[in-house]
Design a binder for this molecule. Structure first.
Ligand code: 2IT
Length: 447
């Protein structure tokens, strides 16, 4: 297998699907050498099969806004790979959602889920619906209309969606309510990220951010460093950034920046509990503005419009928002300002040039599919609790999340340690995830 040949083929077939091509390129580059040591993979054309989703559902979603106007969006569910378990992955509601974006996310999800040690295949879905400025009633009507189409494609042993950008606990509640009405079954296991009183796992809301910080701790420990006292710049103020800020602060680090599409809030004294709580209010407001933080905490948080979190002096950068949010120029600025570690919490948050710059300039770097896997892993734990009709307490879920993040770090070290002793976490995560999925595909024959 030659990465260039496969890329040429899928570029010709999907020339406009930039994010999808970027995600495939990164994985194929990492696994090429290992893959070519396994002629049985090549005979079964594992790579050719793996880069194509199993199936894509696309549907019209029509709903009525608060002014009584009829609105139409496009919804999708991409069931990417089911070699190691039922399809599993989030739903993204964002104005820029396209099949390319969801294909990249579904592809990445397949390897991420393999890293979690749990039996989950890869999927992603969502809609080009923009929650910005929408009322709670509009969000509900959209979720209900979306589920009218989706419900038939999903099931607790078939495909289990969850949240992603623009889809949190509130949206999962509205989606589940409509699912239940249509399916006429109380299948809690059909969605994860549910409310704690109706089948949701304790700690699922925190899990992506907490898991990311547990992974970061392992990475720092391996490099002989300590998170205590480190200044952290993070992007976003949604569910993931909130969990990361909470755990980082608890571990003794100082979160000095949060950002949004409108700019960055610098917090020289470090984020406080009140500010972390306020992130939830900002998310629920659908205003999509980080300036609200500075307005609420004048003097403590200073807003600069049009700037990213990466312009703020820090030790550790944690992208927690959106794909390609950190460019090579940002990486250079971070390094020039003293940053020595970047753990990608968002999916594909760093552009290829940024990753290359970090790796060739001594900045510790780990990719999203390893760092953020605690979110989907805790979804997997929610599925187990639902299947057993029980609920674990916070300490039990946290202990399992800890164990999973430790195991993901170990897999990265196992497959990513280079001849000079350094660890290439991108290679490590990609090879570990790939080997598990490829082996399962091979054993299940040509399907
Ligand atoms: O990107 C992700 O891993 C998620 N959005 C979470 C998916 C899940 O099924 O919990």
């Amino acid at each position: 297998m030659k990465t260039a040949d496969i890329m040429a083929r899928i570029e010709a077939k999907y020339p406009l699907e930039k994010e999808y091509l970027q995600a495939v390129q990164e994985v194929l580059e990492s696994i090429e050498e290992v893959y070519n040591r396994h002629p049985e993979f090549e005979r079964a054309k594992i790579v050719e099969r793996m880069v194509e989703p199993d199936r894509i559902f696309s549907f019209r979603v029509t709903w009525v806004d608060d002014r009584g106007e009829v609105r139409t969006n496009t919804g999708y569910r991409i069931q990417f790979n089911s070699a190691i378990g039922p399809y599993k992955g989030g739903l993204r509601f964002h104005k820029a959602v396209t099949p390319s974006m969801l294909k990249f996310l579904g592809f990445e999800q397949t390897f991420k889920n393999a890293l979690t040690t749990l039996p989950m295949g890869g999927a992603k879905g969502g809609a080009d619906f923009d929650p910005t400025g929408k009322s709670d009633e509009e969000i509900m009507r959209f979720c209900q209309a979306f589920m009218l189409e989706l419900w038939n494609c999903i099931g607790p042993d078939q495909d289990i969606p969850a949240g992603d950008v623009g889809v949190g606990g509130r949206e999962i509640g509205y989606l589940y309510g409509m699912y239940k009405k249509l399916a006429r079954q109380y299948n809690t296991g059909v969605l994860t990220g549910k409310g704690a009183t109706w089948g949701g796992s304790i700690l699922r809301p925190e899990a992506t951010g907490f898991g990311a910080l547990y992974f970061t701790q392992h990475l720092l420990h391996k490099a002989g460093k300590d998170i205590k006292g480190c200044r952290i710049a993070l992007s976003g103020f949604g569910n993931v950034a909130w969990g990361a800020a909470t755990k980082a602060t608890e571990l003794g680090a100082k979160v000095v920046a949060v950002s949004g599409p409108d700019g960055v809030c610098e917090i020289p004294g470090g984020i406080t509990k009140e500010m972390i709580d306020y992130m939830l209010v900002m998310r629920a407001s659908n205003r999509n503005r980080v300036q609200d933080m500075a307005d609420k905490f004048p003097g403590e948080a200073v807003f600069t419009p049009g700037k990213k979190a990466w312009s703020v002096k820090c030790d550790i950068a944690l992208p927690c928002a959106f794909q390609n949010e950190l460019s090579e120029d940002d990486a250079r600025e971070l390094k020039a300002n003293g940053c020595w570690c970047c753990c990608e919490v968002s999916n594909m948050g760093c552009q290829p040039g940024a990753i290359h710059f970090f790796q060739s300039n001594g900045v510790l770097f780990a990719p999203g599919k390893a760092v953020n896997a605690g979110g989907v892993a805790t979804s997997g734990l929610e599925m187990t609790q639902n299947a057993e009709h029980i609920s674990w307490d916070a300490s039990e879920v946290d202990a399992k999340l800890h164990f999973i993040m430790k195991s993901i770090h170990e897999q990265c070290v196992k497959y990513g340690t280079q001849p000079d002793g350094s660890i290439d976490y991108v290679k490590g995560a990609n090879i570990a995830g790939f080997m598990k999925v490829a082996t399962a595909m091979l054993e299940q024959g040509t399907v």
